[in-house]
Design a protein around this ligand. Structure first.
Ligand SMILES: Nc1nc2c(c(=O)[nH]1)N[C@H]1C(S)=C(S)[C@@H](COP(=O)(O)OP(=O)(O)OC[C@H]3O[C@@H](n4cnc5c(=O)[nH]c(N)nc54)[C@H](O)[C@@H]3O)O[C@H]1N2
Ligand SMILES: Nc1nc2c(c(=O)[nH]1)N[C@H]1C(S)=C(S)[C@@H](COP(=O)(O)OP(=O)(O)OC[C@H]3O[C@@H](n4cnc5c(=O)[nH]c(N)nc54)[C@H](O)[C@@H]3O)O[C@H]1N2
Ligand code: SF4
Ligand SMILES: [Mo]
Length: 737
């Protein structure tokens, strides 16, 4: 039997690895890393291999479902869209746009169709009630990037292959494969850093897989990074270690920070963060002294009550140490398409504004056009004008992924209508009235719309579908356009291709002005996301400019290079990248300085006896990859890690069940003893709890695990970003007898 080899990019996590698939007779025979891939060079993890299981999963939905009398039945696409139109139209007519909420989940950042057409749906719905996984994750990062550099996606990443010193906080790339930093094979890169004499330091309440391979690891009290980082900033000022270098004339706010940081001496913060004053000073000195250095923080530093401040101070340290935008420091990638920081006038822009409106129930400020997802349940539950009565979810599983899942599940049952675009009948979609399936990732094309903006090296790669989309299935972009048409009153039976053409023409007119007709003609052979990609690449910073730069990029060139096109090492981009109104790095906006008062008041807060944090594991992915045989086998993964001394005090034993109770809820999990936990901290992974009635996840439900989010308080947020606080929640532990 002949085997055909296909290459494609893995869409499952932010590492964006190049894969090599062997296909025979329409079936995947094997999946391995694509060694010639210019960006990932053959690296892969078990989830990439499990794409075969995902493609073949009998539980994966392949036709729309409509719920009638409490039971789902298969339906045609026309029936499903008609149902949506019939149910939504009266709600819109009676209660207006804000009665509809949208919840956009994690796959929305990975799938090309969702990324390019999701914003169209947002606009078509026109509601203030927009929610996404961003407020469970990286919203502090966006807020800081917006304030300092003028755009939410202007995110610096460590220039890992050239640095001599990397300080990492709240990230475990050996398990997560990197986040807000697209860096396949972080292990290999960290090993190389150490081999060339560099130093790698990790700050984490758990001695993680990543910490275990570092030169140095410090436990930190969960939620206390702001104190450590402020102590380091204090040391840079105190010991005159500032070195702004080339950026000096482009940075605003150094003196304001010097004044605001005064209370945070290393001695004052040491107790609060659990790291000694001499260690804090040494970390600051080593960071300042290394020839090239970078500090990077991720979800552990975002999902805490001082998430925005901690993220900000990481950038402040990089700026004050002369590390931002320098080779071997913390640098800005330059993406070939879709990056706002490569569009418009270079060096200056409109900056960002938050809080243009507030959420109805909790008065949470809008941030980048959305409210904290922690507010979704109350917006459904609370009567009055503006109450959410209908919900659209796109690749979003809030019942497992948001704090107080049981409350949100109960709220979903109060909705008048719910439509989910998803690949499974799961904990969330079981509440829907209509489920619209997405095709298998192997039936889709792929381009890293978001992650090319976060890549460790500049790159462009494209994957065509490996398999043709089966008859009776719809690509995600087309489904989204149909939903747009329904919300815009154009009707469910609209012709998707005609609507796409109409939208492309009007966007081209806005983006390209007098050149629009030429752009429309040059891309007329394409449609959907492919057309947007070709236009984006050609108009982008490496593009062929529709003929002006014949050597430049376009989609055809990417299609001819299955191993991708390397666009070189990261290069300095300040001031060209800035879009602040001053044209400077606005390092000390009043919003951030004022927020520093909160940790200043909190310096003496005693540590609770026991708190819980989360955990990621290579064979899992948030709430949805537990139904795949390759990943589901092996040891139980949803276990509670407990330090042996903490366990002893609470009469907990290895392998026995513990009851974990917080103010919000109570769950049981199996105890796993390890001295890798900081004393007073336990860890349970998120995304489990697959035993809810009505879901169809035959394999996952056999080992359901416990839902960490039943323990997490949905009212605890970082006020500036609205981000949920997911770690450091006080808990009690008792043996289950
Ligand atoms: N295998 C796998 N990969 C994934 C995912 C997955 O679920 N599984 N999820 C993907 C997603 S959506 C994301 S956002 C990324 C996240 O990618 P990462 O940010 O690398 O995520 P984690 O592995 O959770 O690492 C966070 C670390 O922060 C630590 N931590 C907790 N609280 C604190 C604190 O207060 N301070 C400090 N300094 N550390 C703290 C935790 O112990 C943990 O080791 O991973 C992505 N990749
Ligand atoms: N306690 C705690 N909670 C957390 C976290 C934590 O660290 N601790 N991490 C948070 C983070 S960082 C994130 S990003 C969120 C993630 O939470 P969510 O945004 O809810 O995303 P997932 O859990 O990844 O679930 C993805 C959903 O999309 C569906 N899906 C999968 N593939 C596709 C596809 O191709 N198309 C479509 N349309 N649907 C698809 C899945 O079936 C599932 O319903 O969880 C957050 N929750
Ligand atoms: S590391 Fe991420 S991108 Fe790479 S194979 Fe694994 S899941 Fe896919
Ligand atoms: Mo995430």
């Amino acid at each position: 039997m002949t085997e055909t080899i296909y290459h494609r990019i893995c869409p499952l996590c932010e590492a964006c690895c190049g894969l090599e698939l062997k296909v025979s007779d329409g079936k995947v025979v094997s999946i391995r890393g694509h060694e010639a891939d210019v960006f990932s060079a053959g690296y892969i993890c078990p989830k990439g291999v499990a794409l075969k299981d995902l493609h073949e999963d009998p539980d994966r939905l392949r036709t729309p479902l409509i719920k009638r009398d409490g039971k789902f039945a298969p339906a045609t696409w026309d029936e499903a869209f008609d149902e949506i139109e019939q149910r939504l139209t009266p709600i819109l007519a009676a209660h207006g746009r804000d009665a509809i909420a949208l919840s956009l989940g994690n796959p929305g950042a990975h799938k090309m169709g969702l990324l390019l057409y999701g914003p169209k749906l947002r606009k078509a719905i026109g509601s203030r009630n927009m929610f996404s996984a961003s407020t469970l994750d990286q919203m502090p990062r966006h807020v800081v990037s917006g304030l300092l550099y003028g755009n939410l996606m202007t995110v610096p990443v460590p220039d890992v292959n050239r640095t001599d010193y990397l300080l990492m906080l709240g990230a475990n790339p050996l398990a997560s494969n990197g986040s807000m930093w697209t860096v396949p094979d972080f292990r290999g890169k960290a090993k190389a850093l150490r081999a060339r004499g560099g130093k790698f330091v990790v700050i984490d309440p758990r001695r993680t897989e990543t910490a275990a391979m570092a030169d140095e690891h410090h436990f930190i009290r969960p939620g206390a990074d702001v104190f450590l980082l402020a102590g380091m900033v204090h040391t840079l000022f105190d010991e005159k270690l500032l070195r702004l270098g080339r950026l000096e004339p482009l940075v605003d706010g150094v003196d304001a920070i010097r004044a605001a940081i005064v209370p945070f001496t290393p001695e004052a913060v040491a107790q609060r963060c659990g790291i000694s004053a001499p260690d804090i000073r040494r970390l600051a000195r080593e960071f300042a002294a290394a020839p090239r250095a970078a500090i990077y923080g991720r979800i552990g530093t975002c999902t805490q009550e001082y998430g925005t401040l901690a993220t900000w101070l990481i950038d402040v340290l990089n700026v004050l140490g002369g590390r931002l935008d320098e080779a071997g420091g913390s640098m800005f990638p330059k993406a070939p398409a879709f990056a706002v920081n490569t569009m418009g006038a270079a060096g200056r822009g409109r900056g960002v504004t938050f809080g243009r409106h507030k959420s109805r129930v909790s008065s949470a400020p809008e941030v980048f056009g959305e409210f904290p997802i922690n507010c979704l349940a109350e917006e459904i539950e609370t009567p009055g004008p503006g109450q959410v009565r209908a919900l659209v979810t796109i690749g979003s599983n809030p019942v497992l992924s948001t704090p107080n899942g049981p409350r949100i599940a109960a709220a979903f049952d109060k909705l008048e209508f719910m439509v989910c675009m998803d690949i499974y009948l799961n904990e969330t979609t079981r509440h829907a009235d209509v489920i619209l399936p997405a095709p298998s990732p192997l039936e889709d094309s792929h381009y890293d719309v978001a992650f090319a903006q976060l890549s460790w090296r500049n790159q462009a790669r494209f994957s065509p579908p490996t398999f043709k989309i089966p008859a009776g299935q719809m690509p995600e972009w087309a489904t989204l356009l149909k939903l747009c048409a329904i919300f815009e009153g154009k009707g469910a039976r609209v012709d998707v291709d005609a609507l796409d053409e109409e939208q492309f023409r009007s966007e081209a007119a806005k983006l390209f002005g007098d050149q629009a007709n030429a752009v429309i003609a040059a891309t007329a052979h394409l449609k959907g996301p492919m057309r947007l990609l070709d236009a984006g690449l050609r108009a982008g910073p490496y593009g062929d400019g529709f003929g002006r730069n014949p050597a430049g990029l376009n989609l055809a060139k990417l299609q001819a290079a299955p191993e991708g096109i390397d666009l070189g090492e990261l290069a300095p981009r300040v001031p060209e990248i800035l879009r602040t109104s001053s044209g400077k790095i606005e390092m000390a906006t009043p919003l951030l300085l004022a927020d520093l008062q909160r940790p200043a008041r909190d310096l003496a807060q005693p540590a609770p006896a026991m708190v819980i944090i989360g955990r990621r594991e290579v064979r899992s992915n948030n709430s949805w990859m537990h139904n795949l045989p390759l990943l589901a086998k092996g040891p139980e993964r949803c276990t509670l890690l407990v330090h042996p001394d903490d366990a002893k005090e609470r009469r907990l034993e290895e392998g026995a069940m513990a009851r974990i109770t917080s103010r919000s809820g109570s769950v049981e999990a199996r105890v796993q003893l390890t001295a890798d936990m900081m004393r007073g901290v336990v860890s349970l992974p998120h995304g489990w709890g697959h035993k809810l009635p009505g879901a169809k996840l035959s394999l996952a439900e056999q080992r359901p695990g416990a839902n960490l989010n039943e323990l997490i308080d949905e009212n605890w947020r970082d006020p500036l970003s609205g981000n949920a606080v997911l770690g450091g929640v006080p808990v009690d532990l008792t043996p289950v007898v």
